[in-house]
Structures are given as structure tokens and as C-alpha cells.
Design a protein around this ligand. Structure first.
Ligand SMILES: [Fe+2]
Length: 273
């Protein structure tokens, strides 16, 4: 059994100190094998925010796999945004933009979907390059569970407002994940948690407990903002994911007046598991 803690959008610069402190304790109690952080570690990408994010990572009692979000590319100075957008990320967080972690049962791959600019007006929009999809496709025959993480949404889930754009080539990434069994994708950006299934034939549908994942089903999980005050209709949250031989358990942890607590629980089965 492999335990994955999925946290996102911690946004140092807009963090709530008591929630950060409580999250570190909640993570320690969960004792995950790996903590996956799906971007937006900072609010404006300042040196101070990155230093605070680094100090936070150093206090997590587990290995961390981290990908950038759109907020982790500093807007100023403009030359840095345009020509060295990941300079601070590399200095404070990690060198690689395609991190990997694995054990005998699970392979985790990070995909950087953040870009300083693109052929669209929405600055916060993300993009995935064909080479990044090829890197994910290289795991097509790997028998382990594949967990991919990126910042930007590949599907809208239950969002009716749709006040953000889906990541460019997200559909190609989903199709690549669907070409192999037992694939998950962990995302952020929306600041609202959600679980859904996606397959080429059926598209996206809500994941419900007891569902059996077909060979070409991809499990899409969004985490909310773990520690910031930038709430969008939902409390702070993170996802505690248990990957077992028979299936996947997802416990959505939510911050309440009494501290971190279990809000919802979802259990899904692998077909043939
Ligand atoms: Fe965010």
C-alpha cells in the first residue's frame, strides 16, 4: 500500500499561519510515502515567498514532489519572467521541472504546465508540450500505478462557472493516461477539490464510491488551496490518497473550526483488482 498526500496552492504570501502549522501536524499524522504538491507555492513569486515555501517543504516529514503553478513565475522584473521564468523556482524549490518518484507499486511523474506567456490573453492559463506528453507516454507499459501531477485543470469537473481555461493539450494528456490501466492525475488551480473519472468513450463523469475503474478510465483529482485565504467557495483542503492492490481510497481533508478533519471519503476499485 502506498500513501500519497496531495496538497496544492499553498500560496505563501497569502498563507494562514495557523493552517500551515496544523497542516504540518496533519501530514505527519498521515505518514505519507510521498507528498505531491501541484503548484502555486507562492502568491507573487517573490524571494521572501519562495524562502517561506522552502522552509515549509523542509518541515514536511516525507519526500516531496513539486511542480510549479502560474503564480510561481514572477511577473516582475519582466526580463526575468520572459527569459528566466524558473530561476527562483530552481534556486529555492528544486532544479528539475519533470520530477519523478517511485516505489515498487507506484510511479509519480510531475509535469510543468506553467508558462510565462502564450498565444492567449489569460496570463494564468497553462500549457503542456508534446515532449511532456511523450515523457508520460514512456510509462505506457509500466505495470505500476501511474500518478501524474500538474497545476492546471484538464477538465471542469463540477464547475459550472468555468472561470478559468483548461490547460492546452490537456485532452492529449488524458488520452495518453487512458492508454494504460491504473492512471491518476492530481491537479490544482481551481482552489476547489473534486474527483472525477474520464475515458475516451464516456468523457468526464463524477467518481462515486464503489465504482470499478475500467482499463481506460483516468482518475482526475483536484485539491483545493491547502493553506491560503484565497478560498473560492470551499474550505481549505487536501487529499489523502491510498493506493492499494484492490483500488484507490481518497479522503478529502478539510480545515474546520476544530482543525483538519475528514470531510468526504471515496473508495474506487481497479477492474481485475
Ligand atoms: Fe492558486
Amino acid at each position: 500500500m502506498t500513501v500519497v498526500a496531495h496538497i496544492s496552492d499553498i500560496h505563501f504570501g497569502r498563507e494562514v499561519t495557523e493552517i500551515v502549522t496544523a497542516l504540518l501536524a496533519d501530514l505527519a499524522a498521515a505518514a505519507p510515502d510521498i507528498v505531491v504538491i501541484s503548484g502555486d507555492l507562492t502568491q507573487f513569486g517573490s524571494h521572501g515567498e519562495f524562502a517561506a515555501a522552502r522552509a515549509f517543504l523542509d518541515r514536511i516529514p516525507a519526500p516531496c514532489l513539486v511542480v510549479p503553478g502560474n503564480h510561481d513565475i514572477p511577473a516582475f522584473p519582466v526580463w526575468e519572467m520572459l527569459f528566466r521564468p524558473y530561476r527562483r523556482w530552481r534556486r529555492f524549490i528544486t532544479q528539475g521541472l519533470a520530477p519523478e518518484w517511485s516505489n515498487a507499486a507506484v510511479l509519480v511523474k510531475g509535469v510543468n504546465s506553467a508558462r510565462p506567456y502564450g498565444p492567449y490573453l489569460n496570463w494564468s492559463r497553462g500549457r503542456i508540450a508534446p515532449a511532456q506528453i511523450a515523457a508520460v507516454a514512456s510509462a505506457e507499459r509500466d505495470p505500476r500505478v501511474l500518478v501524474v501531477t500538474a497545476h492546471h485543470p484538464v477538465a471542469y469537473g463540477d464547475d459550472t462557472g468555468r472561470d478559468y481555461d483548461l490547460v492546452t493539450r490537456g485532452d492529449a494528456l488524458l488520452a495518453t493516461l487512458a492508454a494504460r490501466p491504473r492512471s491518476l492525475i492530481l491537479l490544482g488551480h481551481r482552489h476547489r477539490s473534486h474527483a472525477s473519472l474520464w475515458s475516451p468513450a464516456d468523457g468526464e463523469r463524477t467518481a462515486v464510491t464503489g465504482a470499478v475503474l475500467a482499463r481506460d478510465d483516468v482518475l482526475i483529482l483536484h485539491a483545493g488551496t491547502a493553506t491560503s485565504d484565497r478560498l473560492r467557495g470551499q474550505a481549505n483542503s487536501w487529499n489523502l490518497i491510498t493506493l492499494a492492490e484492490a483500488g484507490v481510497g481518497i479522503e478529502m481533508r478539510q480545515y474546520t473550526a476544530a482543525g483538519w478533519a475528514s470531510a468526504t471519503r471515496l473508495d474506487l476499485l481497479w477492474s481485475g483488482g
